[in-house]
Design a protein around this ligand. Structure first.
Ligand SMILES: O=c1[nH]c(=O)c2[nH]c(=O)[nH]c2[nH]1
Length: 284
């Protein structure tokens, strides 16, 4: 046969789970979007429709809800708990990846909340022997209204972009940081500190390119957080174009902008600590 089944995985994507902790002093919300992906001895279902080795995706969803009855805790721990359960209790499942997004809520009063900025993320991969943990943040929207230039770039027949010594620099940070030794980590502190360092580095860096800012952000996190091996960043350049107000006989000294939503530059890169442990399945 010259045709065969290649890599495959299956799971329940985007299970939405909200848990309310009803402490007397004040309620707390845990608001999650959970995706599970399992891999293993799954040739039979693909080749003959024999489903005896398939843990239904519906069961995977139910497991998340049932486990949440005892509390969720940090999303990294909840993902580890689910991943270990699937691999350690189902013979045919040899690898599990659990990816969780957590929408942040800030309490205002006893039982009222307002959505926070940034979505916290965790992705755990477990193969029955070891686990990798990658944490992160999405949609952390930041802007510098000055302190950003872009010039000196390569030009050819199609280049029209004017060079600038003063522009708005804005992005929605998507960052992932890999924990070097994912055991007994203080995931919550790592999240708070990593996001703080990302924002501080964005604010503090006098930018000659978003690429330069990207590196400064990743470097700042690694410099302050010895437990992290690697930071991956994906930064959309949220362009702000100065509006030409001259048809209305008005000047525009850097005050009125058109905020374009597309197309956008997408600047992506990895900042790694020398000698960091092998990533294994972390980015699988
Ligand atoms: O910071 C930037 N990097 C680029 O690569 C780029 N390209 C572009 O058109 N504007 C910008 N800005």
């Amino acid at each position: 046969m010259d045709i065969r089944l290649g890599d495959n995985q299956y799971g329940k994507a985007e299970t939405r789970l909200v848990r309310v902790d009803r402490a007397e002093a004040g309620h707390e919300i845990t608001d999650l979007n959970i995706s599970t992906a399992l891999a293993g001895d799954l040739a039979a279902t693909h080749l003959t429709g024999d489903n005896s080795g398939v843990l239904p995706t519906d069961t995977q969803k139910n497991t998340a809800y049932a486990f949440a009855r005892d509390g969720v805790g940090e999303i990294e721990d909840f993902a580890l708990r689910l991943a270990r359960h699937f691999v350690d209790t189902v013979d045919t499942i040899h690898r599990a990846r659990v990816a969780i997004e957590q929408y942040t809520w800030e309490r205002r009063g006893h039982h009222s909340f307002v959505r926070g900025t940034g979505t916290r993320t965790a992705t755990v991969t477990y193969d029955g022997t070891s686990a990798t943990v990658v944490s992160g943040v999405d949609d952390l929207v930041v802007m510098n209204t000055t302190g950003s230039e872009f010039h000196g770039y390569h030009k050819d027949a199609y280049t029209t972009l004017p060079e600038t010594n003063d522009r708005i620099l804005a992005t929605a940070v998507a960052a992932r940081w890999r924990h070097a030794h994912p055991r007994n980590a203080d995931w919550g502190e790592a999240y708070r500190e990593a996001t703080k360092h990302l924002v501080d580095a964005f604010a503090d860096t006098y930018s000659l390119s978003l690429q330069q800012t990207l590196y400064a952000m990743g470097e700042r996190v690694l410099r302050h957080r010895a437990e992290l091996a690697e930071v991956r960043l994906s930064l959309p350049n949220k362009h702000h174009f100065l509006v030409d107000l001259s048809p209305f006989e008005l000047d525009n000294p850097g005050e009125v902008f058109f905020a374009a939503d597309r197309p956008y530059g997408l600047i992506e890169g990895t900042v790694v600590r020398d000698g960091a442990p092998d990533p294994g399945l972390a980015w699988w």
